[in-house]
Design a protein around this ligand. Structure first.
Ligand code: SAM
Ligand code: SF4
Length: 337
């Protein structure tokens, strides 16, 4: 068997020559909201016994860092509903500057007011907060019961704690499309970035996603009539294309997997709540790192990662077609958005 020094040298290059530098970890598939495009109203969550422990997540993440991952995002489900989330952020935060460039978080913001300070102390510098509407009624409708005040208080607390905030907004036809320009105006006024996202066909929900699908090129054309948007060279290590609102610090990101494929530059893999390593959001294939770490320790994890790299698909084939089944049965909350 290879010695650990040799394993450390085994950098993460997939079968298509892409270097993997970004790991997303879904720390829980549970959530305190039920966004209509993301989840069904009645969801069956994984039994707690199937989840990776904090120690297992940390050991696997540290292995990825040793092998070249530079950025880790903690997500879910709602990461802040997991009790030991801050402890995990603290542990991984200690790796920032020694291999890891940054640790970030994607949250719905409902519990952010309570945790923003602790996240900043843990070494988190930037977070994404999902906010599909600033109108209380529309927000409640989209999330099925969410209270906008709590999220806005969370965003304010994050800002006060010194965290840079990027707002994530899924563009939804007939639901929030008239709020996109006002959201960008608000983001500029508050000093946040804004990323718009096309709805993706992941997991069964009550609605037909085709009814809500809003192509971002259409949205961008409308925004251009109200804002001076200029190209921005910023590279986030993600699929977003960036523009800057002229004369401001605000970046507008566009994640458009349906209308413009970004797979050629994909640099990421995803660890699910139950320890499956998913090489692509749009495919079912995964490698079981929970079994590997429990049965063979870190050496087995390394071998499983190698297997996964060899199987990373070249691209997803998302398509939003009325009446069609989702591209994959898994919801985004399991693998982490
Ligand atoms: N609960 C946290 C939140 O909402 O920010 C983190 C997890 S959530 C799955 C991460 C991101 O995925 C959110 O910005 C959410 O809007 C987005 N998302 C969820 N389901 C999606 C889907 N089917 N298509 C596109 N984006 C989706
Ligand atoms: Fe929960 Fe985030 Fe999915 Fe909304 S998008 S249901 S907040 S996991």
């Amino acid at each position: 068997m290879a010695c650990s020094a040799a394993l450390d040298d085994r950098k993460l290059i997939d079968g298509h020559g892409r270097a993997i530098r970004y790991l997303r970890i879904s720390v829980t598939d549970r959530c305190d909201l039920r966004c209509r495009y993301c989840m069904a109203e009645e969801m069956t969550f994984l039994p707690r016994s199937e989840l990776l422990s904090l120690e297992e997540i940390a050991l696997i993440a540290e292995r990825f860092i040793t092998r070249g991952v530079r950025k880790i995002r903690l997500t879910g489900g709602e990461p802040l509903v997991r009790r030991d989330m801050i402890e995990l952020a603290r542990r991984l935060g200690r790796q920032v500057g020694t291999g890891l460039d940054e640790i970030t978080l994607t949250t719905n913001g409902t519990r952010l007011a309570d945790h923003a300070e602790a996240l900043a102390e843990a070494g988190v510098r930037r977070i994404n907060v999902s906010l599909d509407s600033r109108d209380p009624e529309t927000f409640r409708y989209i999330t099925r019961h969410g209270q906008i005040d709590r999220v806005l208080a969370g965003i304010a607390a994050a800002k006060a704690a010194g965290l840079a905030v990027k707002i994530n907004m899924v563009a939804l036809k007939g639901l929030n499309e008239d709020e996109i320009a006002p959201m960008l105006e608000w983001a500029v006024a508050e000093g946040h970035d804004l990323t718009l996202i096309e709805t993706m066909p992941l997991g069964a929900i009550e609605e037909d996603r085709a009814d809500r699908f809003l192509p971002l090129p259409e949205v961008l054309a409308r925004l251009r009539s109200a804002f001076d948007l200029i190209g921005d060279a910023h590279v986030s290590g993600g699929p977003a294309r960036y523009l800057r609102v002229a004369g401001t610090a605000t970046r507008l990101g566009l994640i458009s997997p349906l209308t413009s494929n970004f797979c050629a530059t994909c640099n990421r893999v995803r660890l699910s709540t139950d320890g499956k390593l998913h090489m692509c959001l749009g495919h079912d294939d995964s490698v079981d790192l929970r079994a590997a770490i429990r049965e063979g320790g870190l050496a087995a994890v390394d071998l499983a990662i190698d297997t996964a790299l060899g199987r990373k698909p070249e691209r997803h084939d998302f398509n939003i077609v009325r009446g069609a089944a989702p591209a994959v049965a898994r919801h985004m909350s399991v693998t982490g958005g």
